[in-house]
Ligand binder design. Structure first.
Ligand SMILES: [Zn+2]
Length: 221
């Protein structure tokens, strides 16, 4: 079966599973719970702390979810399947389809990394929230979930890489959509890519730096 046909099938199976699974939860409930938690933390702590905490919750969830899927993960093709998985994950956890997705290998001088970018014009995680004054991107929970899941899946597949995921645009901050970037860096290129990433993906470290992801990986994995 071609990769395209396989990805189509994966997406189809996810939709069927969601439809008939006993464990689907209303995205309305999840979103309201998330928005309430985020705004609560925002009132008690700083904006930075709200982003750090919700990202960490997401990371732990993504990590655990992938461990449960260990057998399925072993059948995946590294990088080739990443966009299809990202699409499927967004559908399962956000309750709707992505508006767009793009993936490619990128170069910084002689160093390279794999990048997946995806966006939602009507993102459920921050819907109805207005944080433009603080310029705060608040969909840190799904961003953390993708980082935890991708990093854990990489480990299960035996890849020697380092993964970071950031939300670089957010509707709550006044942007046209919520946009997420997954950066999958082969370890031999880590240092160079990490230090020059902002040149290629502006705003990548605007809320969370490399050390944050490094510490999270060391603590959880
Ligand atoms: Zn957002």
């Amino acid at each position: 079966m071609s990769d395209l046909a396989r990805h189509f099938l994966m997406n189809y199976v996810a939709k069927i599973k969601k439809k008939f699974s006993m464990e689907t939860v209303s995205s309305f409930t999840v979103r309201n719970l998330y928005v309430s938690s985020f705004t609560d933390i925002l009132q008690s702590f700083s904006a930075e702390e709200a982003v750090r905490r919700t990202f960490t919750w997401g990371f732990e969830m993504g990590h655990e979810y992938m461990l449960e899927l260990e057998k399925d993960v072993e059948k995946l093709k590294p990088r080739v399947d990443a966009p299809a998985i990202a699409k499927m994950a967004w559908y399962i956890f956000s309750g709707k389809d992505l508006s767009g997705i793009d993936s490619k290998w990128m170069n910084i001088d002689d160093a390279k990394f794999f990048m997946v970018k995806f966006w939602d014009d009507n993102c459920p995680w921050c819907r109805g929230v207005e944080l433009a004054e603080k310029n705060l991107k608040m969909c840190s929970y799904p961003a953390g979930a993708f980082e935890g899941a991708y990093q854990t899946a990489s480990m299960l597949m035996g890849l020697k890489n380092f993964v970071m995921v950031r939300e670089i645009k957010c509707k709550a901050a006044g942007d046209e959509h919520c946009e997420f970037v997954i950066v999958d860096i082969p370890l031999e290129h880590l240092e160079k890519v990490v230090s020059k990433l902002e040149d290629v993906v502006p705003g990548f470290y605007s809320q969370l730096d490399y050390n944050f992801s490094k510490k999270l990986k060391e603590a959880v994995l």
